[in-house]
Design a protein around this ligand. Structure first.
Ligand code: AMP
Length: 195
């Protein structure tokens, strides 16, 4: 099963991807996690992308192509994988189609988590307040200004993927505003439907 999770920052893609890893046994490929790991390790790639991540802008399609093509060649991706926030421009979507075609594979489904952006900002504020109280670490891009930029980048550069995948007949919309369990149940129903 090859699946894409689409939705704005804070929609819960990562949380739902982890659930799917547990229930379906396919790995989660989060380019955000991979890039943050590169920043934390201080690698050449990490140094190159740190400022971009901190601003909430997108790294280049070329970097994403390199990361993704290397990752999906690994043995654990043989039975499928979840692309979690890993496809963010039409150029990246075309690249994924191309790479999969070369491997004689194809995308099964794209699940869009439909959410209310203002509500996501409220949730972020709560998360920041809780982190400040408990001393929990926050991501360096988890502040309101960067978050709003990430939402804008989503609208401008990633939302065009919705008609792209609609045209391919692969898009399924799921209400992302319910509880984690409610959203998971809706996703399960979609995944059961594709076999
Ligand atoms: P995320 O954890 O998915 O919210 O990603 C965090 C940050 O990593 C984003 O704000 C971008 O700066 C960068 N990033 C992650 N995935 C991609 C991608 N597929 N294309 C471009 N930039 C990305």
């Amino acid at each position: 099963m090859i699946l894409i999770l689409l939705g704005p920052p804070g929609a819960g893609k990562g949380t739902q991807a982890q659930r799917i890893v547990e229930t379906r046994g396919v790995p989660q490929l989060s380019t955000g996690d991979m890039l943050r790991a590169a920043v934390a390790s201080g690698s050449a790639l990490g140094k190159k992308v740190k400022a971009v991540l901190d601003r909430g802008d997108l790294v280049s399609d070329k970097i994403i192509e390199e990361i993704i093509t290397a990752r999906i060649k690994e043995p654990d991706c043989k039975k499928g994988f979840i692309l979690d926030g890993a496809v963010r421009t039409v150029g990246q979507a075309e690249m994924i189609d191309r790479v999969l075609k070369k491997q004689k594979r194809s995308l099964d489904v794209v699940i869009e988590l439909v959410v209310d952006e203002e509500e996501l900002v409220n949730r972020l504020r709560t998360r920041i307040a809780e982190a400040q109280q408990t001393g929990q670490p926050l991501r360096s891009d988890d502040n309101e200004e960067t978050f709003r930029n990430r939402q804008r980048v989503y609208r401008e550069q990633t939302a065009p993927l919705i008609p792209y995948y609609e045209k391919q007949g692969k898009l399924r919309k799921v209400d992302g505003m319910g509880s984690i369990d409610e959203v998971a149940a809706e996703i399960d129903a979609v995944l059961d439907g594709i076999g």
